[in-house]
Design a protein around this ligand. Structure first.
Ligand code: GDP
Length: 365
């Protein structure tokens, strides 16, 4: 599955956040495929539509879809120079599909800051620069090779060289490759290299307990937001310590705890949903009397592939999918009315799934 990696300088709150993630309480029995890697934390994706479907269908069991975060520990500064641990840090980032960068926005004189003072933009620059330098090295090497191919009259090489030079210019100006202005063809060429700074970045501003309900008045948060805007990235504000406390509570107590703090939704839930959509993920539902369940697919996936998310047999033997949108089902209140209204569609192999589709698959075994 797709995963988002958590990175950040030392003492910014990564471990605290990751603890919250691993303690948040997925029911392991529901996710037998979940990895047992200690650096991977599985969380359930909060979705109010699932609650509504449960209310309508009254199943024996409801299962949310799940999502993975990977804890990327290791040294950051100097990583691109490729010394042992630094190499490993970059290799770990290479394996994730999106990056969640935790940034310290809380002051606490008892907790050392590696740079001596709280300064989120310096922290962001430190990390991003390592990623940019690693990419630049890779791109420069490739450019040298492609230049030779151009000399040898290789037509495809000309196009590749153009794309790479655009990216190199962006990297040399110390900006991430993802802001490069590329045509669709050029983007396809560059994607092939799996550059670190092409991966979507999500900033996680970690604020103190007493500021989380009023994050807008925190100047550090504002600085992170301004920076993120320049590269089209999202910012989620959390207090990692509170998230850790919440994760230790029983689910029924969590809501009350949040209300006391004046927060509507936990920061972790916001982070999960933001990472999910940043990765281009979407949800469809199956809604039977035994089980109402949410499933993750990648936007753009067609019906057979989506069936394969449940089981490979479903993909192989796919015949058709009976589909109603969540909105139509929720408005109608039950399947009988949905059918009377002509809102149940029979879709074939070419159907592109939409977020919120409620589905029954027909397949050969
Ligand atoms: P890491 O090195 O990035 O993994 O950082 P840790 O999660 O170990 O946190 C470093 C220190 O900062 C610990 O003492 C945490 O308790 C503290 N810390 C983390 N998040 C918060 C927060 O939101 N508020 C405050 N006051 N302290 C925090």
């Amino acid at each position: 599955g797709l995963t988002a990696g958590i990175v950040g300088l030392p003492n910014v709150g990564k471990s605290t956040l990751f603890n919250a993630i691993t303690q948040a309480g997925v029911e392991a029995a529901n996710y037998p495929f979940a990895t047992i890697d200690p650096n991977v934390g599985v969380v359930e994706v909060p979705d109010a539509r699932l609650d509504r479907l449960t209310e309508l269908v009254k199943p024996k069991k409801t299962v949310p879809t799940a999502f993975e975060f990977t804890d990327i520990a290791g040294i950051v500064k100097g990583a691109s120079k490729g010394e042992g641990l630094g190499n490993k840090f970059l290799a770990n980032i290479r394996e994730v599909d999106a990056i969640c960068q935790v940034v310290r926005c809380f002051e606490d004189e008892n907790i050392t800051h590696v740079a001596g003072r709280v300064s989120p933009i310096d922290d962001i620059t430190t990390i991003n620069l390592e990623l940019i330098l690693a990419d630049l090295e890779q791109v420069d090497k490739r450019i040298a090779r492609v230049q030779k191919m151009v000399k040898a009259k290789d037509k495809g090489a000309v196009q590749e060289l153009e794309a790479l030079e655009i990216v190199r210019d962006v990297l040399e100006s110390e900006r991430p490759a993802r802001v490069a202005e590329l045509s669709e063809d050029q983007l396809a060429i560059v994607k092939h290299f799996q550059l670190l700074t092409m991966k979507p970045m999500l900033y996680v501003a970690n604020v103190s307990e007493d500021e989380v309900a009023d994050a807008d008045s925190n100047e550090f948060v504002q600085a992170v937001r301004d920076h993120a805007a320049t590269e089209g990235s999202k910012v989620i504000v959390i207090c990692a310590r509170i998230e850790e406390e919440i994760s230790e509570l029983e689910p029924e107590e969590r809501l009350e705890f949040l209300q006391d703090l004046g927060i509507e939704e936990s920061g972790l839930d916001q982070l999960i949903r933001a990472a999910y959509s940043t990765l281009g993920l979407a949800t469809y539902f199956t809604a039977g009397e035994k089980e109402v369940r949410a499933w993750t697919f990648k936007q753009g996936m067609k019906a057979p592939q989506c069936a394969g998310v449940i089981h490979s047999d479903f993909e192989r033997g796919f015949i058709r999918a009976e589909v109603v949108s969540y909105d139509d089902l929720s408005a109608a209140g039950n399947m009988t009315t949905v059918k009377e209204q002509g809102k149940l569609r029979s879709e074939g192999k070419e159907y592109v799934f939409q977020d919120g589709d409620v589905v029954t698959f027909r397949f050969n075994v």
